[in-house]
Ligand binder design. Structure first.
Ligand code: HEC
Length: 134
């Protein structure tokens, strides 16, 4: 009887562990070479982020419509850490890695026509940052 309970507890713990391991898994980085903001990332951000993250009052004080804006981040600090995609807030936001679901970007549903990024699109952003965010 006691053994049964132990096994049940162990199985539950294993399941919880597995769930959190899967949660922290990012899509693979794109294998594309020379990924740049201008050619690869701006079109993606223009379509899915810039309606909210540009202009005089960008959401979260964060402008994503220029490379300067993206690299500058906001008053809480940078959102892109060149060379370290997994540590970059922007990756956590688009890959739904923030604990607080309010930080999942773009927020869904929204009226900006912004769509949740595909694993391929997230992989492109990851590759871009790992290649130095140029
Ligand atoms: C419909 C409007 C909207 C769209 C579209 C949108 N965002 Fe946001 N974004 C917000 C709001 C609002 C916040 C503040 C959320 C909060 O902290 O509760 C935010 C916060 C963020 C933050 C967090 C900043 C910080 O310092 O914590 C990042 C990074 C971000 N957005 C990136 C993006 C990216 C990348 C996209 C496109 C893939 C995107 N957002 C699309 C409205 C939007």
């Amino acid at each position: 009887m006691k053994l049964t309970i132990l096994i049940a507890v162990a199985a539950t713990l294993a399941a919880v562990n597995l769930a959190s391991a899967q949660e922290s898994k990012l899509p693979p980085a794109s294998t594309k070479e020379n990924i740049t903001y201008a050619t690869d990332i701006k079109p993606l951000f223009d379509a899915n982020c810039v309606k909210c993250h540009s202009g005089d009052k960008p959401k979260a004080h964060l402008k994503l419509d220029t490379l300067e804006g993206v690299l500058k981040g906001n008053k809480w600090g940078p959102v892109v850490k060149a060379g370290a995609a997994a540590d970059s807030i922007v990756v956590k936001a688009i890959a739904h890695q923030t604990k607080d679901h309010d930080g999942w970007m773009p927020p869904m549903p929204n009226r900006a026509g912004a769509k949740t990024l595909t694993p391929e699109q997230i992989g492109l952003v990851i590759g871009w940052i790992n290649q130095g965010a140029k």
